[in-house]
Design a protein around this ligand. Sequence first.
Ligand code: C5P
Length: 291
Amino acid sequence: MPKIKVRSPAKVNLYLKVIGKRPDGYHELESIFQTISLSDELEISEFRQGISIKTDYPGLSTGKNNLVYRAVDLVKREYGIKQGVRISLAKHIPIGAGLGGGSSNAAATLIGLNRLWKLGLTRSDLAIQAAKIGSDAPFFIYGGTALVKGRGEIVFPLDVKGDLHYILFFSGFPVPTKRIYQHLKLALMKSTDNVSDIIHCLCAGDIRQTVRLMQNDLEPVALKLYPELGKAWRLFKWITGHRAMVSGSGSTIFRLCSSAKEMVELTKKLQRNGVTKQQIANVSFAHPDNH
Ligand code: C5P
C-alpha cells in the first residue's frame, strides 16, 4: 500500500496590514508570509473507506473539526472519490500560536491527496480548494515567501534567497484569531503602508532594514487582550535589547536575527535569564518544496 509523506511547515508574518473590513465579514489584508523549518509531518495512505485521522497531539480533535479531515472530505466530494484514506499527523507546531499550523496541515493534505489519487491538480487549483478551508491555507500550497492579499486567497510568491534565522518564543497558551479580529479598531490604526519597501529589502537580503520595516496590525490588539503575551513581549525586549514581533494573531513572538551567530547569542542570553528550552526554538526560513 503506497504511503505518501508530506512536510507541513509553520509560517511567520513579517508584515501584516489590515486594509479594511469586507462585506463577507473577513478583513482585507496585505501581508508577507514565510515558511519556517518548524514543521508537522503527515503520512497519508489509502484505506478501505471513510476518513481515519490519528495524531500525537493531546486533545486535538480528529473528527469533522480537524482541518485535515475537512481537506479530505472536500477532495472526496469535489472529485467524487469513493476510496477511504488514513492520515497520521505528527504535530510539532503549537496550536493557536499564530504559526498557521492548522492551515498548513490542510494544505499539506490537499498536496498529498493530489499525489495519492493522481488528480493532476495545479497549484492554483489546489489554492482555490485550500481557500475553502482557511484564510491562510492557500499560502501553504506555495510555501516559501509570499505577498498575500485579499482574505488570504491571493498569493504572490516572492523570490527571497539565502538563509534567514529566527528565534521563536512560545507564550504557551492559544489565542483565537477570531477574537483578535473582533477587537481590531480600524479607525484607530496608525500603521504605515510600506509593503513595497520591505519586499525590496527582503529580496535584496538587507535583514537589518527588513527588521526595521516589519509591522503587524494585529500585534497591539493581541498584546492588549492577553497581558501574559504583553509580558512575554516586554521580557524578550528587556533580555535581548531587541524588539520582537507577534506572529499573526499570536501567541508566538519571534525575532528575525541578523545572522546565525546573533540567533545563538540572543538564545543563550534568553536562557541565562531563565527562559527554558521548551519556550524557545531556533528556526530558519524554509525554502519552497517542490511538489
Ligand atoms: O479563515 P479562518 O477560519 O482561518 O479565519 C479565522 C477567523 O479570523 C475568521 O473567522 C475571521 O474572524 C478572522 N479573519 C478575518 N480576516 C481574514 C482572515 C481571518 O477577519 N483575512
